[in-house]
Design a protein around this ligand. Sequence first.
Ligand code: ADP
Length: 665
Amino acid sequence: MIKRVLIANRGEIACRVIACCRQLGIESVAVYSDADRNARHVREADLACHIGPAPSRESYLNAGAIIEAALAVHADAIHPGYGFLSESTELVGLCEQHGIAFVGPTQDSIARMGSKIESKFIAKELGIPTVPGYAGADQDPARLEKEAIDIGLPVLIKASAGGGGKGMRIVRDVAELSAALKQVKQEALNAFGDDSVLLERYIERPRHIEVQVLADSHGNAIHLYDRECSIQRNYQKVIEEAPVSHLDQAIRETLYRHAVGLAKHLAYRGAGTVEFILDADTSEAWFLEMNTRLQVEHPVTEMITGLDLVEWQLRIASGEKLAFSQDQIHCNGFAIEARVNAENPAEDYRPEIGQIQLYREPQAQCLRIDSGVLAGSEISPHYDSMIAKLIAHGSTRGQATQRLLQGINDFAIGPVQTNQDFLASLLTRPAFHQVLTTNYINEAFPSGWQPWGELLHIAIATSAWACQRETRHDSQMAESPWQVMGNWRLTTASGNPATSKLWLKDGSLVREVLLRGSCGRYEVQVDDDSVSLQLNTNGDGSWQVEYQGNRRRLDIHFDGDTVSLSSPRRNSSYRFVSLEECHLGDAAAGAGGNTIRAALPGLITDLLVAEGDIVEEGQPVITLEAMKMIHTLTAPCSGQVTAVLTHAGDNVADGKVLVEIYPSE
Ligand code: ADP
């Protein structure tokens, strides 16, 4: 058995492999760049080696530096994790040269599957259907253009050496073809040092389905069931699950046969994944590619099979035989994984950087957390934005989803922004329980995801305020508690529950909110959106809020008419204001910079200026009687009055322009 493993990676996967080594009694060696001196994987390993500066190219992607480190600490094996050098024939070659075991397949398997062109050719030879297209050696632009037209648009141009969703482009219009080909070739050359491309028919409603395989160096190869990774953004996986739902058993069996057939043909060694694309409309399934490494999403397979894939990678690399046959592997329940990234999903998933100060992992039944960070960890701009994976198991898919949601909500990370709210919104849509396609995210959020945080926080603040007043007044009065609230207007329709209108100030913005409900169950309407939620106080300043089947704990603080909410990822404060105050706020703001409008319908009682007068900002200009009160409207800016459009005694409508001012410089 291997005694000392160097893990040529960082983040959660390095921690994952280190934990497995510890269980097996194998010593672990971490490697780190300048940016990772204090990283979690470095602290958790038995030994650690510095391998270079922060940029990956000079550290985690530097095969020479990795081998030097392995030799320096006398490691007898290298585990590459995923990404970085996990599919590098150079690293495997160097390992062979220095008598170090590579925890992965042979150089030959990696080389043959690493090229999308060659792997497609091999699959075809084995009778595995591949996406219709062109994957030929002739890369002449004229030939490629002709082939694309023969395939029929839209086509997908893919860099043969591409990976991780990079080097792909859809072409829907013949006019764009030539330029797109040139561009993908240029990008492929820059990124992968190889400009060959292949062309595939673009499947409009694709499902991404993959089969996990495991093979030893004694000719045994089995599959460990399937995974669905259709929920993607920019061709990258976001949510993964096992086994695949809504899949015909005959198709499933065929995919297993193809995957194991390919592994056997390659004399494959270790863990690998054979990816397929399935047309949701026709149920045709095609080979996409084979990944010759451990995948990010391997834990879902571990949860349904009970096997530890990293353990088996290490055993296989030590020369052990698989200890089980295909019929001894059972699929138990359902598992779903969500990738928690430091990113802002509302801004095209822009990666976020900074120090994680708050870090509290959720603890729940059947929930696993594979994380690469701790409180105090720095999220640097040099590496991938994934910081942890949450994986939940359940006896049904619904139960697994519910547990995952709970885990996402209870995972406290801050102040670095993460995609947790985005992940939760993906899991709470009814469409999540239907056939999934890679269009899922675009269909769910056609104009991009926006945090429901703000809307929900307003709804929570409003409900909590109402809830608190209800309990406060219930004991004192028999009538509806709403009646004692000056800033509420009841618009009770006969037979319907009362709807109350109120106004809250969010910074300088005043929002009108409609609220219906009582006793902890409310429906709140803000603009055109409406939120139904349930809330209960825990009596210690913390509250339980349930929204879309998804429960969250929040601290809510009341100070007069101000309600402040704090959750791990968002703090907000709102002040409930009277109708008059909210309209006066509008009038003072001028609603146009240099005009004064009637913000309420009312009677002009006095005009304090005439055309041509010079006024100072804030100077009283008009008095208006409305709602039995006299309101003074003031100049929104300093300048000269250019028009007075009303007279004392006029009844004016809401919104009417009363005075215009030409602002001074
Ligand atoms: P990579 O190696 O970069 O991961 P893949 O070939 O595995 O690239 O494809 C990644 C994703 O791109 C797939 O999961 C799928 O969403 C999409 N994709 C790939 N090929 C096609 C195709 N022919 N039609 C539609 N979508 C595709």
